[in-house]
Design a protein around this ligand. Structure first.
Ligand SMILES: *[C@@H]1O[C@H](CO)[C@@H](O)[C@H](O)[C@H]1NC(C)=O
Ligand SMILES: *[C@@H]1O[C@H](CO)[C@@H](O)[C@H](O)[C@H]1NC(C)=O
Length: 285
């Protein structure tokens, strides 16, 4: 083989140029994404703005959940819901078996309906919350059998607070259309961060300290919907619930992807686990 020094040098130069261009492009794309997040979190109007308010003082968060009778104290403690000034929240609970007789703090509201399903129950909660015409910023729908904890991504500064406080602070900071956390069974945070590092950032060109990533497929255990987005997602389509309750949350992820592509963010540092599994329709046919 004839060794052509000049040509080799040319090729080498071209290769180095391509590498440099690629690196610059990568940095540019990262910057662009930051700008995109910034735009996504630009000041937004509340869905109920313009309508007459019943009460001008409204906390930023409304928690919406369903349970047999009374909200389990485990959940109240894990999410620190019992002091309204601390959780900056109000809570609406739909009891679907027995009416709650328990004395609850003033920021708690109990509804009762024993004819609802998972999806129609969430719809009932949605309508009740919207009809209050308050300035909530996030509508946080959750199942009553969950618990939040920090995972390996959480920093020591975060761990001085509770998982739910860190999640709430992040919501107000980023204002995603939909905010979800890592799900214990899927371990998305670990997987996504690992892929970002090995596939997208193989040469460590960028110091990847991301706390979140867009997601297109998430579990409904704990979903925070921005006030500006919630009425574009709810009410849920519950037509298929006789067959399979899982189809209703697939409706949620589909609508969110179609209407808010890239604006559903998964917050890495907090993991949600599902402590209880109740029987419900889950046939695939
Ligand atoms: C809230 O929960 C904490 C800890 O579980 C408890 O000490 C406190 O008394 C509760 N406060 C109210 C208002 O229920
Ligand atoms: C639903 O609740 C009502 C009022 O408490 C009661 O009369 C009715 O029997 C309940 N229905 C079912 C299916 O549990």
């Amino acid at each position: 083989m004839i060794f052509n020094k000049k040509r080799t040098l040319k090729r080498l130069t071209a290769f180095i140029l391509i590498l440099v261009t690629f690196a610059l492009l990568k940095i540019y794309v990262n910057k662009f994404q930051e700008v995109k997040y910034y735009l996504a979190s630009a000041p937004v109007k509340n869905v109920v703005e313009g309508t007459e308010k019943l009460d001008s003082v409204s906390p930023p968060f409304i928690y919406l959940t369903q349970t047999e009778q009374c909200l389990p104290s485990k959940l109240v403690q894990n999410l620190q819901l019992n002091v309204s000034s601390e959780c900056q929240c109000e809570v609406i609970v739909l009891s679907y078996e027995t009416e709650s007789q328990e004395e609850s703090p003033p920021h708690f509201t109990y509804l009762f309906d024993n004819t609802t399903t998972w999806g129609s129950g969430r719809n009932k909660l949605f309508f009740h919350a919207v009809e209050r015409r308050l300035d909530y910023i996030y509508y946080i729908f959750l199942d009553d059998d969950i618990a939040l904890k920090f995972n390996g991504v959480a920093t020591s500064a975060m761990k001085r607070l509770s998982p739910i406080r860190v999640f709430q602070d992040w919501l107000l900071d980023y204002e995603p259309a939909v905010g979800v956390v890592d799900y214990k069974l899927k371990r998305e945070a670990k997987t996504v961060l690992h892929r970002r590092r090995t596939l997208c950032n193989r040469y460590r060109l960028v110091n990847d300290k991301s706390l979140a990533n867009p997601t297109i497929y998430f579990d409904p255990l704990l979903n925070a919907f921005h006030a500006k987005a919630v009425s574009h997602i709810f009410p849920l389509d519950t037509r298929h619930e006789k067959v399979n309750w899982w189809l209703t949350d697939k409706y949620v992820t589909s609508v969110v992807e179609l209407k808010f592509r890239g604006q559903a963010l998964l917050f890495f540092p907090v993991t949600v686990e599902n402590l209880l599994h109740r029987p419900y329709p889950r046939s695939f046919y």
